[in-house]
Write a protein that binds this ligand. Structure first.
Ligand code: G3P
Length: 209
């Protein structure tokens, strides 16, 4: 599985989010590999393919101005959500509430963690996945799988649930190594969103799965 996090990149909002998701769907169809897109919430209903939200809130429907509801993103077309991304950190009790909300409405939960210890700790909250992303490597040119293979290994050992990894992933070797180390998939952002040839990059990443 590859999750392409669109973040709030200008190359990946509005019409550009739609175009990017179409490339992801094309690469997925060509290779038979699962590619999930994670756009901004307002783009969820517009994009193609399997979609996760980048974030949801723990609130239930009611007087909660500004909340991103689990029900709302499900109705908009998402089938899962990232939770506690390094760029949107949350308290542990809030993470637990969001995991519970995901389960109530039938969304897959992917909880991000910054260290193997945190992977272990947050996996005890029983999300569907934990995603290990060392913050210092996010958005850079050195991948987590080349810089910290032993740390990925530890994250896999510490976690009670399947592990994904991300940060700096750009090549098929990065993906292959992550899978070899025991991960079920990868998260990618800048490597796909900022490249000139998105389809070529997606095909490259899929070949490592
Ligand atoms: O959620 C994925 C993300 O944080 C990784 O970002 O730009 O290093 O691929 P990037």
């Amino acid at each position: 599985m590859i999750i392409v996090n669109f973040k709030a990149y200008k190359q990946a909002v509005g019409e550009k989010a739609v175009e990017l998701s179409e490339k992801c769907a094309e690469a997925s169809e060509k290779t038979g590999k699962e590619i999930i897109v994670a756009p901004q919430p307002y783009d969820i209903p517009k994009v193609s393919g399997k979609v996760y939200a980048q974030h949801i809130d723990p609130e239930k429907p009611g007087s909660n101005t500004g909340s991103v509801l689990a029900e709302g993103i499900k109705k908009a077309g998402a089938s899962g959500a990232l939770i506690n991304h390094s760029e949107r950190r949350l308290e542990k009790d809030v993470i637990q509430s969001i995991i519970n909300r995901c389960r109530e409405v039938g969304l897959t939960s992917v909880v991000c963690a910054q260290s193997p210890e945190e992977c272990g700790e947050l996996s005890m909250l029983n999300p569907d996945y934990v995603a290990f992303e060392p913050p210092e490597l996010i958005g850079g040119d050195i991948s987590v799988s080349s810089a910290e293979p032993n740390v990925i290994n530890e994250a896999v050992k510490f976690s009670e649930v399947p592990v994904l990894t991300g940060a700096g992933i750009k090549t098929s070797e990065d993906v292959e190594k992550s899978i070899e180390l025991g991960c079920k998939g990868v998260l990618v952002a800048s490597g796909v969103v900022k490249t000139d040839d998105v389809l070529e990059e997606l095909l490259e990443l899929c070949s490592g799965l």
